[in-house]
Design a protein around this ligand. Sequence first.
Ligand SMILES: [Fe+2]
Length: 357
Amino acid sequence: MKRSYLLSLPLLLLLSCHSPTADKPAPPVEEAPPLFIGQNLPLSSVLTTITLGSCNRQDRDQKIWGEIDDEESDLWIWLGDNIYGDSEDMEVLKSKYLQQKYHPAYQVFREKTPIIGIWDDHDYGVNDGDKNYPKKKESQGLMLDFLDVPLNAPVRTQVGGFQSYSFGTPGKMVKVILLDARYFRDELERNATGYQRYKPNAEGDILGEAQWAWLEEELTNSDAQVHFIASGIQMIPEEHGFEKWANFPKARARLLDLLATSQVSYPILLSGDRHISEFSRLELPTLSHPVYEFTSSGLTHSYDSFSGEPNKHRVGEVVFQRNYGVIKMDWSAGVPALTFQMKGLNGDLLQELALNF
Ligand SMILES: [Fe+2]
């Protein structure tokens, strides 16, 4: 599956900018025409290794990309907070995306690994942001540029950044559904004090009706054996005090109902945002196998002072040092056998979970 690419135009531009013979200051890095390398994965590819992660500051140590590169994965999935943009100035957001995109460690990785992804709040443009962020349309374009989404892809003109990708051959199909949990998200009212940062929005929504209709279609009419459903914020955990789908109980129930009524084959939820990693597991009465969630965060910084938090759905332990995620898929037995791994700096295996369907 691993493929190599010719030295890309952006890299050549960068190398030429760093010529030691140049007396004058190097010109600023300009974005080259998209090469679509991030999307260059044949749809017939049978995936066996996916890497994933979130919470990546473009101005922090990027050493972890060398470890991720060594995984030789078929696909990388960004789970949000892919940069820390945090601005309504699109020139600022763009320059931060370019800083990440052309960081040498990440650039080596992205030139040989197909990449897809979705945003969370910081790359969207505002901490804990919602539908009221005024630059969301422009920000969506910058995210898609960063991901090298082709200029003619439908998401380029779509309202909202949600996307779906299917890979594999009959009987070994994987669908990746990337939910946009920011563009249409209703407001949350902040608590003045206490562990819970926000008051639940009992009637509030996260996806918006157009995205709900799209998601129902993606789940109902699917030939895939495994469905990865990604959202920046966590979907299963209910108790912690930060952002989560559980702050919108009606939307969370709707999502879980949709998984059950669509009878989707092997739904696997993916999330980031938390600066910790954990596995969660939920039984749905009408679904024959449990729903797992792999929360993977963070790549460049983590919740070092973490001292514990409740999650009745958790399987295993919380990892709170810098880490990335690996999902291994073994198709040899007919039914896909999946293993989740959390890996740290130096590629150390921090925790592993073989899914028990
Ligand atoms: Fe976040």
